[in-house]
Design a protein around this ligand. Structure first.
Ligand code: SAM
Length: 300
């Protein structure tokens, strides 16, 4: 099998040794990660598996066809997406039970991460079908790796709900989170998400990772208010992963501990209310609104 680079500058040939081929006993589900942009971000093993299975279940058959064509893979593909997952997953599982090998690929990245892959994988497990990972790229980890935010411990939130009440509820919970949070976000909801995060979590560090591994790749790092300013007047396009730094400083889950922090700052800094609010918000990631209201109460 030959692999070509996008620019066609080099090609790699590797033999399909018998020991590398899929073992004889069949009826497996391969969960295959595919690139999130740059077609070269795929493993040799993934290309081989895609070439050897009987069928590829693809979230976006058009996008997958480009990938398959690029690597000269001729395995047939069928669509498996959010709107047909209930019926299609049963049909796919019954094919696997009859002995066919199936590869699941998502639109991009690792199947099952914020996409309909989860449903099929779960059904395969319920039917005691071997589920085999073929790992590779995921947008969340790719963005985290270049974010510059703490990576020792993090949470993956996926997409925030579109409805305001549901979204606010989640952001309220995230406010207390000390770990880096990773979100997937659509370009037209990015501004709203940043404003919600600013209002509730305070002016923390964020990273907007846009179009990773693609021609217009961009990583914007800074305080939320800064990033909002820098995006002003811009039409935001492309695929976005958003990262939020965790809450710094002492735990401030209750009014009492916030008050203690504020009293501490008041003793240390003789500043006008507005400047003091800004300073505390920057240093503790508590929202300016919350600090300002508490400081007013303290003043009284
Ligand atoms: N399963 C995929 C994975 O593992 O990366 C994610 C699927 S989710 C439906 C798609 C979301 O991932 C996009 O809306 C965007 O938030 C993020 N994403 C995908 N590709 C990206 C890229 N090249 N740069 C930044 N974020 C990306």
């Amino acid at each position: 099998m030959r692999l070509y680079s996008r620019a066609g500058r080099f090609s790699i040939t590797f033999k399909m040794k018998d020991k590398n081929r899929l073992p004889q006993s069949k009826g497996r589900l391969y969960v295959v990660a595919t690139p999130i942009g740059n077609l070269e971000d795929i493993t040799f093993r993934a290309v081989r598996i895609l070439g050897e299975v009987d069928l590829i279940a693809a979230e976006d058959t058009r996008r997958t066809r480009i990938l398959l064509h690029h690597y000269h893979v001729t395995t047939p593909s069928t669509s498996y997406h959010e709107h047909n997952k209930l019926i299609k997953s049963r049909q796919l599982i019954s094919r696997v039970k009859r002995g066919q090998d199936l590869a699941l690929v998502s639109d991009a990245g690792t199947p099952g991460i914020s996409d309909p892959g989860y449903h099929l994988i779960n059904l395969a497990i319920q039917n005691t079908i071997p589920v085999i990972p073929v790992p590779g790229v995921s947008a969340a980890i790719t963005a985290l790796s270049v974010s510059g935010l703490p990576t020792d411990s993090f949470i993956f939130q996926g997409f925030l709900p579109r409805k305001t009440t549901a979204r606010m509820k989640i952001v309220e919970k995230i406010k207390e989170e000390k770990r880096t949070t990773i979100f997937y976000e659509s370009p037209h909801r990015l501004r709203t998400a940043l404003e919600d995060l600013l209002g509730i979590c305070g002016d923390r560090e964020v990273v907007v990772a846009r179009e990773l591994t693609k021609v217009f790749e961009e990583v914007i790092r800074g305080r939320i208010s800064d990033v909002i300013d820098r995006l002003k007047g811009r039409k935001i396009k492309g695929e976005i992963t958003l990262l939020l730094s965790g809450r710094r400083g002492p735990h401030t889950g209750s009014d009492i501990s916030i008050r203690e922090i504020l009293e501490d700052y008041r003793k240390k800094y003789d500043l006008p209310l507005k400047d003091l609010t800004k300073l505390i918000s920057e240093e503790t990631s508590i929202s300016k609104r919350e600090i300002y209201q508490e400081l007013l109460k303290l003043k009284k």
